[in-house]
Write a new protein. Sequence first.
Length: 75
Amino acid sequence: MLKMNDLIAKSKNGTEIIVSLIPRHKMQSTREGFKQIEVGKRVLLESGIEVDLNLDGRTFYTSLNQLFKLNYKVV
């Protein structure tokens, strides 16, 4: 798995974690067959767990009631 960059995510209680952004791929059918298309980004935690970004492109949940926020919006 290829890490794109290391970022620091912060929660409301002051906890900071280091995460990486990785591409999110979907399969698309074409005339030549199937190919992978990047449709967004996912967050890779230090523990190796992948989580999805929320719709705002800045926040994600690591577990129930554990919201973390990145410093900028991921495009």
